[in-house]
Design a protein around this ligand. Structure first.
Ligand code: NAD
Length: 302
């Protein structure tokens, strides 16, 4: 059997087109566009390329995008003052502080200073609590888990009553996606198990999964024989396992591998995400959707 490929690159285009259409409508009707500020402290190359992609996407969608680049030695108090300024700015609906921050800055303190109603990353404790409560309480689901759920739904996979097994318990992927899949409602209502480094029988749990979500950061952790025939497999892992020369640009690029052995797993699973081109493209897409949601909350139309 060859699994159906769940392509993040295609789903991203569908969602971005939906957002673009909505932004135009809101602009015509309400004269407002989503405002997103990205604060980058220092010049970490990976952060710069991630931020550049965010800016490009925001511009394509007609957002008001502000790139606020600050020197690496910016004092913590100045960064907190900057966040306070954007918290008060009515034209800004989403505030994003690019991580990691320099060592002299307390990351937790900075993230907690963001107004929860502008926390489009969904990492503020208030938004973590809202996610836990579920239903109408949820404002900004964290972006990677929101992307995962969207992929499962758009692939037409039944989630109600499904056995979902999540490998990994991080605060940015494992715990929130597990929490989202167990909520009562569409695209969820599943029976969820979280497995991690303390789990005794990883294989036994994975074998039961109708939907297997793997976010461990260990290349090839999940063996093909652990996959239930016909299961939906979402591979969140992005592991650099070497380098190669890009055919397109002639430059050196990383060879990426997921946490699941894709070539063999696709012969057993019913549907599967590739790495790269699977979950990866969804994160920025969902960030854009959260920023649009934030404007809609403000206008009272969400
Ligand atoms: P993390 O290191 O914070 O958490 C990994 C989790 O996996 C831990 O809870 C750990 O208990 C579990 N784990 C690790 N090894 C295990 C093992 N041998 N057996 C069982 N459980 C094990 O990582 P994270 O931030 O959640 O990211 C996980 C992976 O997803 C990474 O490869 C990361 O690059 C990728 N990721 C991708 C995206 C994206 O595509 N947009 C976003 C976030 C993370």
């Amino acid at each position: 059997m060859t699994a159906k490929l769940i392509k993040g690159t295609e789903i991203r285009e569908e969602i971005l087109n939906e957002i673009e259409g909505e932004v135009k409508q809101i602009k015509e009707k309400h004269g407002a566009v989503p405002g997103l500020v990205t604060i980058l402290v220092g010049e970490n190359p990976a952060s710069i390329s991630y931020v550049t992609l965010k800016i490009k996407t925001a511009h394509r969608l007609g957002f008001n995008e502000i790139q606020d680049s600050q020197p690496v030695d910016l004092p913590e108090a100045d960064l907190l003052a900057l966040i306070d300024k954007y918290n008060r700015d009515d034209s800004i609906h989403g505030i994003l502080v690019q991580l990691p921050l320099p060592k002299h800055v307390d990351e937790k303190k900075v993230l907690n200073a963001i107004d929860p109603d502008k926390d489009v990353d969904g990492f503020h404790p208030v938004n973590v609590g809202r996610l836990m409560i579920g239903g109408d309480e949820v404002k900004f689901p964290p972006c990677t888990p929101a992307g995962i759920q969207e992929m499962i739904v758009r692939a037409g996979v039944e989630t109600k009553g499904a056995e979902v097994v999540v490998v990994g318990r991080s605060n940015i992927v494992g715990k929130p996606i597990a929490n989202m899949m167990l909520q009562k409602g569409p695209g969820a209502n599943s029976t969820v198990t979280i497995v991690h480094t303390g789990t005794k029988d990883l294989e036994g749990h994975c074998k039961r999964a109708d939907i297997l979500i793997v976010a461990a950061g260990v290349p090839g952790l999940v063996k093909p024989q652990w996959i239930k025939p016909g299961a939906c497999v979402i591979d969140v892992g992005v592991n650099r396992v070497g380098e190669k020369i890009s055919e397109k640009t002639g430059k050196k690029i990383a060879i990426l591998k997921g946490d699941v052995d894709f070539d063999e797993a696709k012969e057993i699973a019913g549907s599967i995400t590739p790495v790269p081109g699977g979950v990866g493209p969804m994160t920025i897409t969902m960030l854009m959707r959260n920023t649009l949601k934030s404007l809609k909350f403000k206008l009272g139309i969400e």
